[in-house]
Write a protein that binds this ligand. Structure first.
Ligand code: BYC
Length: 315
């Protein structure tokens, strides 16, 4: 009992001093569970997030755009891998996490359940979706769980390239024909509100925020980050020459922030409970990839076993 109290006190002090919790440290079960939940959902989001843009690799309009898009989608696979590795340090099993994802038992970001109808969507995903991801993820570089925080540092560097390539793509299209400008505006109209949903439910309805903030897993609330994203994005939209589809969006000098309209939270709830425009398709593609990749996993395991046996024989 005394030993248990000392461990719990050490954990609390580590958090208080802004130091990191490492895999071998004692941590409360609820802390382990919630970091694992968030990291696994984040890993799944990166892997499922390859699909909407991946659909445009074979249809990119030039070799340059294709090379950029290929690199971006590969980065997302890499992010998924670092994050699954971080989840494993908490006792999560990657195979089990994947099986739970394809059984529909674990969440991934709502944003990836919307279709990519034109190539402008690739630009808008870079600008708005990666922009929202950066806003949300930069503070996670200071998350209290060490392996998660360290993974986020590299991920954020890559996300910043993703955002720039999206904005540059859109600037190029905006300097093009009327049809291209219309395509960009249409994509912005479709992605704006889902991007605001990425930050999660309003604080008053967020199940985990209070505890995750107390444990410094999260550093800001959902609403704080959503506001930061809106404030950052409005001037970028002006520079680009597009309109954000919100009649209530205006600068509030008293608050020193932009006011904005109400997100359709019913739509958000539908999408996260599996009933968005592309949920079934995203999971079906992921399931097929998992099944078709079974032979690769078996071959890799057989190869690792053979190497381990040879190393043992040589020793
Ligand atoms: N979508 O209590 P709350 C990327 C769930 S990928 C779906 O506020 P929390 C990229 C939430 O999980 C980056 N579900 O939760 C990749 C919880 O459900 P459970 C994705 C959502 O954890 C490819 C319930 O609603 N980013 O950048 O405190 C191409 C109540 O919510 C969502 C991350 O994963 C949502 N939007 O806060 C391009 C960032 N929002 O678990 C780009 C890391 C909420 O009780 N994650 N839910 O069943 C986070 O920062 C936090 O987990 C969240 C939610 C802000 C998302």
């Amino acid at each position: 009992m005394a030993e248990q109290n000392a461990l719990a006190e050490h954990f609390e002090r580590t958090i208080e001093r802004d130091q990191r919790i490492e895999p071998r440290d004692w941590m409360p079960d609820a802390y382990r569970k919630t970091v694992l939940r968030q990291v696994a959902q984040h890993a799944h989001s990166e892997i499922i997030g390859m699909q909407p843009e991946g659909a445009w690799i074979t249809r990119a309009p030039s070799l340059r755009r294709k090379a950029i898009l290929l690199a971006k989608v590969q980065d997302e696979a890499g992010h998924g891998l670092y994050l699954y590795a971080a989840a494993e340090t908490l006792g999560g099993d990657r195979m089990e996490l994947t099986e739970r994802l394809i059984a529909g038992a674990q969440k991934y970001s709502s944003i990836f359940n919307y279709p990519t109808l034109t190539f402008a969507d690739v630009g808008v995903i870079g600008w708005l979706v990666d922009g929202a991801a950066i806003c949300n993820q930069v503070p996670l570089c200071r998350s209290s769980y060490g392996p998660y925080a360290r993974a986020m540092i590299r991920i954020c560097k890559e996300e910043s390239f993703h955002q720039r390539q999206g904005y540059e793509l859109l600037m190029t299209m905006m300097r093009g024909t009327d049809a291209q400008r219309e395509m960009v505006q249409d994509a912005v109209n479709r992605w704006w509100w889902p991007s605001l949903m990425m930050f999660g439910p309003p604080d008053a309805e967020s199940t985990h925020t209070a505890q995750s903030m107390a444990w410094k897993i999260k550093r800001h609330t959902n609403d704080e980050l959503r506001q930061r994203f809106v404030d950052m994005t409005v001037p970028q939209a002006e520079a680009l020459g597009v309109t954000l589809p919100d009649p209530d969006l205006r600068w509030n000098p008293e608050r020193g922030h932009y006011d904005f309209g109400e997100v359709d939270w019913d739509e958000f709830r539908r999408v996260i409970s599996g009933d968005g425009p592309c949920n079934a398709e995203r999971i079906a593609v992921r399931r097929a990839a998992h099944e078709e990749g079974a032979w690769v996993r078996e071959a890799a395991a057989a190869h690792a076993a053979k190497r381990a046996r040879r190393a043992k024989e040589a020793a």
